[in-house]
Design a protein around this ligand. Structure first.
Ligand SMILES: [Zn+2]
Ligand SMILES: [Zn+2]
Length: 269
Protein backbone atom coordinates (compact mmCIF):
# COMPACT_ATOMS: atom_id res chain seq x y z
CA UNK A 1 0.00 0.00 0.00
CA UNK A 2 1.09 3.52 -0.74
CA UNK A 3 -0.38 6.86 0.35
CA UNK A 4 1.17 10.06 -0.96
CA UNK A 5 -1.13 12.62 0.62
CA UNK A 6 -1.45 13.16 4.39
CA UNK A 7 -1.66 16.12 6.76
CA UNK A 8 -1.10 16.60 10.50
CA UNK A 9 -1.72 19.09 13.29
CA UNK A 10 0.60 21.87 12.05
CA UNK A 11 -1.96 22.98 9.43
CA UNK A 12 -4.50 23.92 12.11
CA UNK A 13 -7.35 21.72 10.83
CA UNK A 14 -5.92 18.21 11.14
CA UNK A 15 -5.23 16.13 14.23
CA UNK A 16 -2.20 14.05 15.19
CA UNK A 17 1.55 14.51 15.05
CA UNK A 18 3.70 13.38 12.13
CA UNK A 19 4.77 10.45 14.29
CA UNK A 20 1.13 9.46 14.83
CA UNK A 21 0.70 9.18 11.05
CA UNK A 22 3.87 7.12 10.70
CA UNK A 23 2.85 4.76 13.50
CA UNK A 24 -0.65 4.33 12.02
CA UNK A 25 0.84 3.62 8.58
CA UNK A 26 3.20 1.03 10.08
CA UNK A 27 0.28 -0.68 11.82
CA UNK A 28 -1.63 -0.81 8.53
CA UNK A 29 1.33 -2.27 6.66
CA UNK A 30 1.76 0.74 4.39
CA UNK A 31 4.99 0.53 2.36
CA UNK A 32 5.31 4.13 1.19
CA UNK A 33 3.93 7.07 3.19
CA UNK A 34 4.06 10.63 1.90
CA UNK A 35 3.99 13.39 4.53
CA UNK A 36 2.53 16.32 2.61
CA UNK A 37 1.10 18.95 4.91
CA UNK A 38 -0.26 22.21 3.52
CA UNK A 39 2.41 24.67 2.44
CA UNK A 40 2.48 27.94 4.45
CA UNK A 41 0.96 30.96 2.70
CA UNK A 42 4.34 31.93 1.25
CA UNK A 43 2.94 34.78 -0.84
CA UNK A 44 1.50 36.49 2.22
CA UNK A 45 3.31 39.19 4.20
CA UNK A 46 2.33 37.75 7.56
CA UNK A 47 4.08 34.75 9.05
CA UNK A 48 0.82 33.03 9.94
CA UNK A 49 -1.73 34.47 7.51
CA UNK A 50 -4.44 31.81 7.89
CA UNK A 51 -4.08 29.80 11.11
CA UNK A 52 -6.94 27.35 10.33
CA UNK A 53 -5.55 26.64 6.85
CA UNK A 54 -1.77 26.29 7.01
CA UNK A 55 1.25 26.42 9.30
CA UNK A 56 3.26 29.64 9.74
CA UNK A 57 6.06 30.29 7.28
CA UNK A 58 8.51 30.13 10.18
CA UNK A 59 7.32 26.61 11.01
CA UNK A 60 8.12 25.07 7.64
CA UNK A 61 11.83 24.33 8.37
CA UNK A 62 10.94 22.38 11.51
CA UNK A 63 8.20 20.51 9.62
CA UNK A 64 10.67 19.33 7.00
CA UNK A 65 13.34 18.56 9.61
CA UNK A 66 10.92 16.47 11.68
CA UNK A 67 9.74 14.59 8.57
CA UNK A 68 13.34 13.87 7.53
CA UNK A 69 14.19 12.65 11.04
CA UNK A 70 11.23 10.25 10.94
CA UNK A 71 12.28 9.08 7.48
CA UNK A 72 15.72 8.17 8.88
CA UNK A 73 14.38 6.66 12.10
CA UNK A 74 11.95 4.33 10.29
CA UNK A 75 13.95 3.61 7.14
CA UNK A 76 14.06 -0.13 7.81
CA UNK A 77 10.33 -0.54 8.27
CA UNK A 78 8.55 1.99 6.02
CA UNK A 79 9.58 4.39 3.30
CA UNK A 80 8.68 7.95 4.23
CA UNK A 81 8.56 10.57 1.50
CA UNK A 82 8.76 14.25 2.40
CA UNK A 83 6.41 16.54 0.55
CA UNK A 84 4.01 19.43 0.81
CA UNK A 85 0.65 20.32 -0.74
CA UNK A 86 0.82 23.78 -2.28
CA UNK A 87 -2.12 25.93 -3.30
CA UNK A 88 -2.03 26.98 -6.91
CA UNK A 89 -2.54 30.70 -7.51
CA UNK A 90 -2.30 31.40 -11.22
CA UNK A 91 0.62 33.68 -12.04
CA UNK A 92 1.50 34.22 -8.38
CA UNK A 93 3.73 31.28 -7.53
CA UNK A 94 7.18 32.92 -7.40
CA UNK A 95 7.20 33.09 -3.61
CA UNK A 96 6.42 29.37 -3.48
CA UNK A 97 9.10 28.39 -5.97
CA UNK A 98 11.65 30.41 -4.05
CA UNK A 99 10.57 29.16 -0.62
CA UNK A 100 10.40 25.48 -1.56
CA UNK A 101 13.57 25.45 -3.63
CA UNK A 102 15.83 25.05 -0.62
CA UNK A 103 14.30 21.84 0.73
CA UNK A 104 14.98 18.21 -0.20
CA UNK A 105 11.35 17.44 -1.02
CA UNK A 106 10.53 14.17 -2.77
CA UNK A 107 7.61 15.77 -4.61
CA UNK A 108 5.15 18.65 -4.39
CA UNK A 109 1.36 18.30 -4.72
CA UNK A 110 -0.35 21.18 -6.54
CA UNK A 111 -4.00 21.74 -5.62
CA UNK A 112 -6.71 24.31 -6.10
CA UNK A 113 -8.35 25.21 -2.80
CA UNK A 114 -9.37 28.71 -3.88
CA UNK A 115 -11.30 29.23 -7.10
CA UNK A 116 -12.70 32.52 -8.38
CA UNK A 117 -12.13 34.15 -5.01
CA UNK A 118 -13.65 31.55 -2.71
CA UNK A 119 -12.74 28.34 -0.98
CA UNK A 120 -13.78 25.45 -3.23
CA UNK A 121 -15.86 23.95 -0.41
CA UNK A 122 -17.71 27.19 0.40
CA UNK A 123 -21.36 26.32 -0.27
CA UNK A 124 -22.41 29.98 -0.56
CA UNK A 125 -20.71 30.09 -3.98
CA UNK A 126 -23.64 28.18 -5.46
CA UNK A 127 -26.38 30.50 -4.21
CA UNK A 128 -25.85 32.87 -7.12
CA UNK A 129 -25.21 30.25 -9.81
CA UNK A 130 -28.06 29.40 -12.20
CA UNK A 131 -28.64 25.78 -13.15
CA UNK A 132 -27.65 26.40 -16.75
CA UNK A 133 -24.39 28.08 -15.75
CA UNK A 134 -23.10 25.01 -13.90
CA UNK A 135 -21.38 23.50 -16.93
CA UNK A 136 -19.50 26.74 -17.56
CA UNK A 137 -18.38 26.98 -13.93
CA UNK A 138 -17.18 23.39 -14.00
CA UNK A 139 -15.32 23.97 -17.27
CA UNK A 140 -13.58 27.04 -15.83
CA UNK A 141 -12.57 25.02 -12.79
CA UNK A 142 -11.11 22.19 -14.90
CA UNK A 143 -9.21 24.75 -16.97
CA UNK A 144 -7.81 26.24 -13.76
CA UNK A 145 -6.62 22.76 -12.75
CA UNK A 146 -5.11 22.40 -16.24
CA UNK A 147 -3.21 25.65 -15.67
CA UNK A 148 -1.96 24.25 -12.36
CA UNK A 149 -0.49 21.27 -14.24
CA UNK A 150 0.84 23.44 -17.05
CA UNK A 151 2.80 25.54 -14.55
CA UNK A 152 5.04 22.46 -14.25
CA UNK A 153 5.67 23.32 -10.62
CA UNK A 154 4.16 20.09 -9.35
CA UNK A 155 4.68 16.36 -9.42
CA UNK A 156 1.17 15.42 -8.32
CA UNK A 157 -2.08 17.24 -9.15
CA UNK A 158 -4.44 17.08 -6.18
CA UNK A 159 -8.16 16.23 -5.99
CA UNK A 160 -8.95 17.40 -9.54
CA UNK A 161 -12.74 17.59 -9.29
CA UNK A 162 -13.02 18.66 -5.64
CA UNK A 163 -15.23 21.62 -6.54
CA UNK A 164 -18.09 19.11 -6.27
CA UNK A 165 -17.11 18.44 -2.61
CA UNK A 166 -19.97 20.32 -1.02
CA UNK A 167 -22.13 20.59 -4.13
CA UNK A 168 -22.76 16.99 -5.23
CA UNK A 169 -25.05 18.08 -8.12
CA UNK A 170 -21.99 19.32 -9.96
CA UNK A 171 -20.70 15.79 -10.39
CA UNK A 172 -23.16 14.84 -13.13
CA UNK A 173 -22.85 18.12 -15.04
CA UNK A 174 -21.02 17.39 -18.31
CA UNK A 175 -17.97 19.43 -19.27
CA UNK A 176 -16.33 17.09 -21.79
CA UNK A 177 -14.02 19.50 -23.60
CA UNK A 178 -12.58 20.98 -20.41
CA UNK A 179 -12.27 17.50 -18.88
CA UNK A 180 -10.13 16.35 -21.79
CA UNK A 181 -8.06 19.55 -21.71
CA UNK A 182 -7.36 19.04 -18.02
CA UNK A 183 -6.40 15.39 -18.36
CA UNK A 184 -4.13 16.06 -21.32
CA UNK A 185 -2.53 19.00 -19.49
CA UNK A 186 -1.73 16.73 -16.54
CA UNK A 187 -0.32 13.99 -18.75
CA UNK A 188 1.72 16.37 -20.87
CA UNK A 189 3.13 18.17 -17.83
CA UNK A 190 4.81 15.00 -16.57
CA UNK A 191 2.76 15.15 -13.37
CA UNK A 192 0.44 12.45 -12.13
CA UNK A 193 -3.16 12.65 -11.00
CA UNK A 194 -4.24 11.71 -7.50
CA UNK A 195 -6.97 9.22 -6.82
CA UNK A 196 -8.07 10.89 -3.60
CA UNK A 197 -10.55 9.16 -1.30
CA UNK A 198 -11.34 12.19 0.87
CA UNK A 199 -14.58 12.88 -1.02
CA UNK A 200 -16.12 10.67 1.66
CA UNK A 201 -15.43 13.40 4.23
CA UNK A 202 -17.54 15.92 2.23
CA UNK A 203 -21.15 16.04 1.06
CA UNK A 204 -20.34 14.52 -2.34
CA UNK A 205 -19.00 11.24 -0.94
CA UNK A 206 -16.91 9.02 -3.18
CA UNK A 207 -13.55 9.91 -4.67
CA UNK A 208 -11.80 12.70 -6.52
CA UNK A 209 -12.01 12.15 -9.41
CA UNK A 210 -15.22 10.27 -10.10
CA UNK A 211 -15.44 7.02 -12.06
CA UNK A 212 -16.10 8.61 -15.47
CA UNK A 213 -13.11 10.87 -15.10
CA UNK A 214 -10.94 7.92 -14.07
CA UNK A 215 -12.01 6.04 -17.19
CA UNK A 216 -11.26 9.06 -19.34
CA UNK A 217 -7.88 9.43 -17.61
CA UNK A 218 -7.09 5.84 -18.47
CA UNK A 219 -8.04 6.50 -22.09
CA UNK A 220 -5.45 9.31 -22.16
CA UNK A 221 -2.89 7.26 -20.22
CA UNK A 222 -2.69 9.75 -17.38
CA UNK A 223 -0.46 8.30 -14.65
CA UNK A 224 -1.96 8.10 -11.18
CA UNK A 225 -1.10 7.81 -7.52
CA UNK A 226 -3.01 7.11 -4.30
CA UNK A 227 -4.02 9.84 -1.87
CA UNK A 228 -6.12 9.48 1.27
CA UNK A 229 -5.68 13.19 2.05
CA UNK A 230 -5.90 12.05 5.69
CA UNK A 231 -6.46 14.78 8.27
CA UNK A 232 -6.74 12.16 11.02
CA UNK A 233 -4.26 9.26 11.23
CA UNK A 234 -7.03 6.65 10.99
CA UNK A 235 -7.79 7.71 7.39
CA UNK A 236 -4.39 6.67 6.03
CA UNK A 237 -4.99 4.42 2.99
CA UNK A 238 -8.74 4.84 3.46
CA UNK A 239 -10.57 2.65 0.87
CA UNK A 240 -7.28 1.55 -0.68
CA UNK A 241 -8.48 -1.99 -1.60
CA UNK A 242 -11.65 -0.64 -3.24
CA UNK A 243 -9.64 1.89 -5.23
CA UNK A 244 -7.23 -0.76 -6.46
CA UNK A 245 -10.14 -2.98 -7.49
CA UNK A 246 -11.92 -0.24 -9.43
CA UNK A 247 -8.75 1.03 -11.09
CA UNK A 248 -7.77 -2.49 -12.12
CA UNK A 249 -11.22 -3.01 -13.64
CA UNK A 250 -10.75 0.20 -15.63
CA UNK A 251 -7.38 -1.08 -16.84
CA UNK A 252 -4.83 0.87 -14.82
CA UNK A 253 -1.68 -1.14 -14.14
CA UNK A 254 0.56 1.08 -12.00
CA UNK A 255 0.94 3.66 -9.26
CA UNK A 256 3.53 6.36 -9.62
CA UNK A 257 5.67 7.36 -6.65
CA UNK A 258 8.13 10.27 -6.58
CA UNK A 259 11.39 9.81 -4.79
CA UNK A 260 13.77 12.76 -4.84
CA UNK A 261 11.51 14.21 -7.58
CA UNK A 262 12.01 11.19 -9.86
CA UNK A 263 8.95 9.24 -10.93
CA UNK A 264 8.90 5.50 -10.46
CA UNK A 265 6.05 3.11 -11.21
CA UNK A 266 4.89 0.20 -9.08
CA UNK A 267 2.35 -2.47 -9.96
CA UNK A 268 -1.13 -1.53 -8.87
CA UNK A 269 -1.89 -3.81 -5.93
ZN1 LIG B 1 -6.27 20.23 4.80
ZN1 LIG C 1 -6.02 19.74 -0.84
Amino acid sequence: MIDLHTHHQRCGHATGSLRDYVVEALEKGVKVLGLSDHTPMFASKEDHALPPVAMPKSEFPSYVAEALALKAEFENSIEILVSTEADYFHGRMDAYTEALGGYPLDYVIGSLHMFEGRDIFDVTRWEAVEENDLAAVKARYFRAVAACAQSRLFHVIGHVDALKGNYPNLDAVPAPAATDEMLLAIRNSGAVMEVNTSGGTKQCGGWYPNFDLLERAHHFQVPITFASDAHVPERICDQYPEVVRVLSDIGFKAWTVFRNQEAREYPLC
